[in-house]
Design a binder for this molecule. Structure first.
Ligand code: PHE
Length: 454
């Protein structure tokens, strides 16, 4: 079975795929609004530290498991700890990315709709409240959001069904460089707007009084989500990386691109927000409420420029969401193909059906199913809270405990140092080992507990 497994073409292909998984709605939608709400540059500094000191070691732990075994999450656990309860971690990390995929596809679908709207009718000026209620009205109707969710998921299915090399790798090779070009264009435009310098300053001037314990936990949680940790996507992609590849460099490359993109998204959005005279702490509505308002406002004086920027912006979101969604999709496909003997197309269809149904329920929970509550939450919020606040952190904790405390140190060292070949990796191994065994589990427990007390 292992002999038939596909591999990514080389280091750059692996980094592009992993960065594709990492760079997504988390960078464009969540990061800028969290910076906005949590004190600008001070948040960015804490975020940077948590990426390097917390998320990178967790990323490497997952990657080491996948790269060592060349198997999907369940198969990897069965290989490294056969016949033990660790198989439940393998199973959990098959299911949790599929739950994320279901609601992620709904938000991906909204972006598809907004892209369509920017291409056709555009956004029209009204009070900002009117734009927000237009968004509320749009997501509460069953038709268009369901159609867009279907289109989005179908797009993922087509890419994943083409396989790791001809589907996932090829798609990432084209879209990832394009994403960077798009975000640079939007950023340059945004910074050049009159009044934008206040936004730039906001991002660059740290306000340390805003750094409360809950802001630190939020930064750690965000770096966790942004790097797709704890749900087996990194493990599965790493299992497609060639044996002789240097995992640490792959990890550093991925974290670097993810960070760079999040920062550029911040500089693409915040200057425009300030230029339009809007409060920076708008929260989750930033992308679908505040920005259309800004596009509409710009459109009053420069309709073509505004329409062009809106198209580029929603195109960026759609592509970024796609490259992340296919990584979640692949986790389930790898499991069904390797463990259940499904053909790839059959596995892709089965996952499409499951995620489409759950996603449809999530989508309808903004309208007809709004009254249906699980633990007091709508279906969408329940899936989001369950995965982002609990399953991701829980999965991440178990992965670091597995690599730090259960796996043989010599094996971990061998993987981390590329068989002792990399002198740089050998030199930093002890620091990694400390972060992995002590700092990472402690930090994850703190993030987890803030769910209850923050
Ligand atoms: N990292 C992705 C983002 O930033 C989200 C994601 C989470 C992707 C979990 C895969 C797995 O949007």
């Amino acid at each position: 079975m292992a002999a038939k497994r596909e591999h990514f073409g080389g280091r750059s292909a692996a980094i592009l795929a992993l960065a594709g998984s990492a760079i997504g709605l988390g960078n464009i939608w969540r990061f800028p609004y969290m910076v906005g709400q949590t004190g600008g540059a001070a948040f960015i500094i804490i975020y940077l530290l948590s990426c390097l000191l917390l998320s990178l070691p967790i990323f490497l732990a997952e990657a080491i498991i996948g790269h060592r075994t060349h198997a999907g999450t369940f198969g990897a656990m069965e290989q490294l700890a056969p016949g033990t309860k660790w198989k439940w971690l393998g199973l959990l990390t098959v299911l949790s990315p599929l739950v994320i995929l279901s609601y992620y596809s709904v938000v991906g679908g909204w972006s598809v709709c907004y892209l369509w709207q920017s291409l056709t009718a555009g956004f029209h000026l009204g009070e900002i409240g009117a734009v927000s209620s237009a968004f509320g009205g749009f997501i509460s109707k069953p038709g268009a959001p369901l159609l867009c969710h279907t289109l989005f998921l179908l797009g993922c299915a087509v890419i994943v069904s083409a396989g790791v090399k001809s589907g996932i790798e090829k798609f990432n090779k084209v879209t990832m460089p394009l994403l960077f070009v798009l975000i640079v264009v939007i950023m340059v435009y945004s910074i050049s707007l009159p009044g934008a310098s206040a936004g730039v300053e906001y991002l660059l001037r740290p306000d340390f009084s805003k750094i409360t314990p809950s802001a630190v936990a939020a930064a750690m949680g965000q770096s966790f989500f942004s790097l797709s940790l704890g749900v087996g996507t990194i493990l599965t992609y790493a299992s497609y990386i060639r044996k002789d590849e240097n995992i640490l460099f792959t990890g550093l490359g991925t974290v670097g691109f993810d960070l760079l993109f999040a920062l550029m998204a911040g500089f693409a959005i915040m200057p425009a927000v300030f230029a339009a005279g809007i409060e920076p702490g708008a929260g989750p509505g930033l992308i679908f409420e505040t920005l259309p308002y800004i596009f509409a406002k710009m459109g009053a004086s420069a309709p073509w420029v505004s329409a062009g920027v809106a198209v580029l912006f929603f195109l960026t979101i759609v592509f970024a969401a796609f490259t992340s969604a296919i990584s979640m999709y692949e986790v389930g496909v790898a499991y069904l193909v390797e463990q259940k003997g499904f053909s790839r197309p059959k596995a892709v269809i089965l996952i499409f059906v499951g995620c489409w149904i759950l996603g449809a329920l999530c989508s309808l929970s903004f309208g007809p199913l709004a009254g249906m509550k699980i633990f007091g939450l709508t279906i969408f919020s329940f899936c989001d809270t369950l995965t982002s606040n609990f399953l991701m952190t829980f999965g991440g904790l178990l992965f670091v405990i597995f690599v730090g405390w259960k796996m043989d140190k010599a094996v971990v060292r061998d993987e981390f140092t590329a068989g002792g070949a990399s002198r740089f990796n050998c030199a930093v191994f002890d620091a990694f080992w400390f972060l992995l065994r002590y700092a990472a589990p402690l930090a994850i427990v703190i993030i987890f507990l803030t769910n209850f007390f923050a």
